[in-house]
Ligand binder design. Structure first.
Ligand SMILES: [Zn+2]
Length: 222
């Protein structure tokens, strides 16, 4: 069962009307600026994905988010077909000036395209909130991405702890890499256990999944 790494609460489903309320709340909080409402379309799939870009263009969408980068559809070029890509559709740009009706229609559309999941980005492309009819932490209202087997592998960027990248230990060469993942640590000894995952090698999202079977077994021993 998936648990929230923030609150430790079990992740449960939310209805569409609850999500509508949450969307209105985030919009109010962001008053001045506009937001992007996005639907996740592709997760970790290889291909150049041009047919998807064509489909989006033909349906009058103007922007995609490709591997985390906002990209105008008019500037789309075939992606590296041998690499895995994540692609999201920018369903609409929202602001408080939109009517509640058009906002709620946009969310409906995003949830339909994202198969129950949508999320909000700031105009700078920063993730503000996930909206999902599945997998939501009721304590914080935060929704989580659907987990696949790669989330449980420390050999995959989806599953590994971002600090030690799945090694479980820290080595000096890590701080010398171009995109160093250990920048936020002041000092560490070569071979030291990773302080962020305590050597578990997985990231916090994957570590927060608990199997009911294991919990029962532990309580039997106690
Ligand atoms: Zn780690």
């Amino acid at each position: 069962i998936q648990h929230s790494p923030t609150s430790g609460e079990a992740v449960v489903s939310q209805s569409e009307s609850q999500l509508q309320k949450r969307l209105q709340k985030v919009l109010k909080e962001q008053q001045a600026s506009s937001l992007y409402l996005c639907a996740p379309l592709i997760r970790g799939r290889k291909g150049h994905h041009e047919p998807l870009a064509n489909w989006a263009r033909n349906h009058d969408y103007t922007m995609l988010r490709i591997d985390g980068q906002l990209t105008e559809l008019s500037k789309f070029k075939k992606l590296d077909r041998y690499k895995e890509h994540d692609i999201d559709l920018i369903v609409s740009e929202l602001s408080t000036s939109h009517s509640q009706l058009s906002t709620s229609q946009s969310l409906k559309e995003a949830l339909r395209l994202g198969k129950g999941s949508a999320f909000l980005l700031s105009s700078e492309g920063e993730l503000l909130s996930r909206l999902s009819t599945k997998r939501t932490d009721l304590a914080t209202g935060e929704a989580f991405p659907e987990l696949d087997p790669k989330h449980f592998s420390w050999n995959s960027p989806r599953g590994w702890c971002p600090t030690c990248r799945g090694y479980g230990q820290l080595f000096e060469w890590m701080s010398q890499e171009e995109e160093s993942s250990v920048d936020h640590l002041d000092d560490f000894d070569d071979g030291e256990t990773c302080p962020d995952c305590q050597g578990a090698r997985l990231n916090e999202l994957s570590r927060a999944v608990r199997l009911p079977l294991n919990e029962r077994r532990t309580s039997n021993i106690e």
